[in-house]
Design a protein around this ligand. Sequence first.
Ligand code: NAG
Length: 315
Amino acid sequence: MTPTPWANQTSITTFLLLGFGDLTEVQMLLFVVFLVIYTITLAGNLLIVVLVVADRHLHTPMYVFLGNLSFLETCYTSVSAPRLLAGLVGEDRTISFQDCITQLFFLSALACIECFLLAAMAYDRYLAICNPLNYNVVMNLRVCLQLVLASWVSGFAATAFVVAMVHQLSFCGPNEINNFFCDMEELLKLSCRKSPLVEMVVLVACSLVTLVPFLFIVVSYVLILSAILRISSSAGRHKAFSTCTSHLLVVSLYYGTIIIMYVVPSAERSPAFHKALSTMYTVVTPMFNPIIYSLRNKEVKGAFRKVVLQKLDPT
Ligand SMILES: *[C@@H]1O[C@H](CO)[C@@H](O)[C@H](O)[C@H]1NC(C)=O
């Protein structure tokens, strides 16, 4: 076998994030679009965090989870968007190996925590609708704190383990990542000695942290829907269902992209499609969560009026 040209080179220290570099004519347009999306995402999610912390009426498990989800989304886009924006205005597109692994770690950990939080929120809705008499006993701010902490700790721990394995791989070139952030799939492709063990661990870990919460959410909603269908008055049905529509929408949006990723295997995805999907879950979805929750929810709108509008116009 002839050795590949880079086989004997020393390991590489920087990667090149190709981003949307192929779309040379629309760099400025993309920059403006992503800047607007990023600004709306930050403003919307930080607003929800402020409202949940500031308004005592929102100190219930459902809104505390929502506040945490918004905080998470703020972190999530902030790990990828700034580099995406810098790449579009022609800044240096290289990223050091360490920064790349760090970005990979935070993006994966936050995505994983998001799956856990969405499952905790589904559990909260399940209790509220299927077990209303015991709701306050089983779900209260203390339990909520425990679930939130468990999500963060297990998300970071599981990811640390997986990313540590990826960190051990050797990379000796080429170093071009065909995306705007350091994504797991692209990195695995670039490693110069294939490691089936690492690929296996990554696949199993990713499947577990996304699919187990997903099954949990599906089961919760099946139980919720069957409980709602048993309510005899249509007004009662509507009221019960309205408390979980926002969550259901957010879950569908988030898992919609994940499912497309699993259903269309990476080998069959064109680079453009892969980037579009990546854009969807790192940049677009985080923008929609606050919009979905604030448009659909009287309490959030009420809190907004109280906390923000009264401060601006105290009369
Ligand atoms: C996140 O959850 C913790 C624990 O329940 C809570 O104390 C905190 O206020 C929440 N954060 C936000 C922004 O809602």
